[in-house]
Design a protein around this ligand. Structure first.
Ligand code: COA
Length: 397
């Protein structure tokens, strides 16, 4: 990726050869600059500021201080003309200008040496009378305010660039197109699980003596049920490898159940991975879920948190939707989508009307390697564990 330097000067040293892995927090290059610089100031803005900057944000630039040229100090005093020092903007600001479709050279920079800051970009957008939000958060393009309604004139279109998150999703989902999906959906009775969950949460609340405690959601139980079924149907945890020379497909069977959990975050969809679920108790799954959720909401997930998944779970039902048709990602062969939990009237064995809590579980499997019967049997194992959660106890390791 390109990392524009904020400093004008001469590169004196490259700390890495081409192709080498740069270490986060260590210097990348040494620049001999012709001005006073505050070397305590981070060279690049932090991860939250730009999606792409996450990996490079901590890579620092070493500066060897030169002397300030008189022309530069004049600039400092007299203010800098619009866009003149646009090249000094940080990658995060450049990313923002791309997202908001702003030409950085049109923006008045109020930062040091006329550097364009995020606020300058937002002010510019506001003044331009754009429809884009001027909030301090990067705008998700799905949240762009609609154009004012007009009942006159022809249809108009405006071109909006994809955000980094959307570009990533575009690539990932385009790769998924090569996977033939087999969809299998079933209704699951979660009444017992719901009762167990509220009982456990009550005792956790009591044990905490009024202090904060980690409330168990439905997911830790469902995640554990998935992992238990993977012991019986390990193919669902596999990866399809296609030899690039011979085009011969093979399956990589994997021992660890690393379950990706789809999360709706301010930055968009993220799928952090819960590692080695088979070795975790339901309590440990709950704690890890909270940890990943907190990092995801704060935009602080690392590449390690987001990689190495072997199967995915997407609980879209907490937003809404009864039926889901989840999409399998590259390097996995199955995914479970959970719909909205709801209470319905049902008949018991004696024909009486009873209250039931149900939820639809929708699975997608790669039909090149997983047949429908295998998918149905594995889904049935999960359904049985979720419907009778106490039965999981005897299978715990
Ligand atoms: N139906 C109805 N309510 C649900 C639900 C469902 N499927 N899943 C969770 N809830 C309820 C929970 O019970 C909880 O309420 P309560 O404590 O009063 O009982 C509330 O919603 C909040 O749960 P949450 O904190 O979100 O926990 P979670 O462990 O169920 O889910 C995430 C965690 C991160 C998965 C979830 O917040 C999320 O981001 N889901 C969206 C995933 C997504 O975008 N998928 C699409 C991928 S393309």
């Amino acid at each position: 990726m390109e990392i524009p330097s904020r400093f004008t000067g001469v590169i004196k040293k490259l700390h890495y050869e081409t192709g080498e892995m740069a270490i986060v927090g260590k210097p990348l290059i040494d620049i001999d600059v012709q001005e006073d610089v505050n070397i305590d100031e981070p060279a690049f803005e932090t991860a939250q500021d730009g999606h792409d900057s996450q990996k490079v944000s901590d890579v620092s630039t070493s500066l060897s201080k030169g002397h300030k040229s008189s022309q530069l100090s004049e600039n400092e005093n007299s203010g800098v003309k619009k866009g003149k020092l646009a090249a000094l903007a940080t990658p995060a600001v450049r990313h923002l200008t791309k997202e908001l479709d702003v030409n950085i050279t049109d923006v008045d920079g109020t930062g040091r040496d006329g550097r364009v800051l995020k606020d300058d970009v937002y002010k510019f957008v506001e003044m331009r009378g754009s429809n884009l939000s001027s909030s301090s958060e990067p705008t998700k393009s799905s949240q762009l305010s609609p154009s004012p309604l007009s009942d006159e004139g022809p249809q108009t279109e405006s071109i909006v660039q994809l955000t980094n998150m959307q570009s990533q999703m575009f690539k990932t989902m385009s790769r998924s197109l090569s996977i033939p999906h087999f969809l299998y959906a079933d209704e699951v009775d979660i009444s017992s699980l719901s009762e167990l969950r509220s009982r456990l949460n009550k005792s956790l609340a009591k044990a905490s003596n009024g202090k904060d405690f980690n409330k168990l959601s439905f997911l830790p139980f469902i995640i554990k049920a998935m992992s238990l079924s993977l012991h019986q149907y390990p193919i669902l945890n596999a990866r399809v490898d296609i030899d690039p020379d011979t085009s011969k497909p093979t399956l990589a069977m994997r021992t660890q159940h690393n379950i990706g959990i789809a999360m709706d975050t301010p930055q968009g969809l993220l799928v952090p991975v819960m590692r080695n679920v088979a070795a975790r108790s339901i309590d440990s799954i709950g704690l890890e879920l909270s940890r990943l959720q907190a990092l995801a909401m704060a935009g602080k997930l690392t590449t390690a948190d987001l990689s190495g998944g072997t199967i995915t779970l997407s609980n879209i039902g907490n937003i809404g939707g009864t039926y889901v048709s989840p999409v399998i990602v590259d390097k996995e062969v199955s995914i479970l989508g959970i719909g909205k939990m709801r209470t319905i009237p049902a008949f018991d064995d004696d024909g009486n009307i009873v209250k039931k809590q149900i939820c639809n579980f929708s699975w997608s499997a790669d039909h090149r390697v997983v047949d429908g019967a295998t998918m149905a049997r594995a889904a049935e194992v999960v359904r049985n564990f979720v419907e009778a959660p106490d039965s999981m106890m005897v299978h715990m390791r």
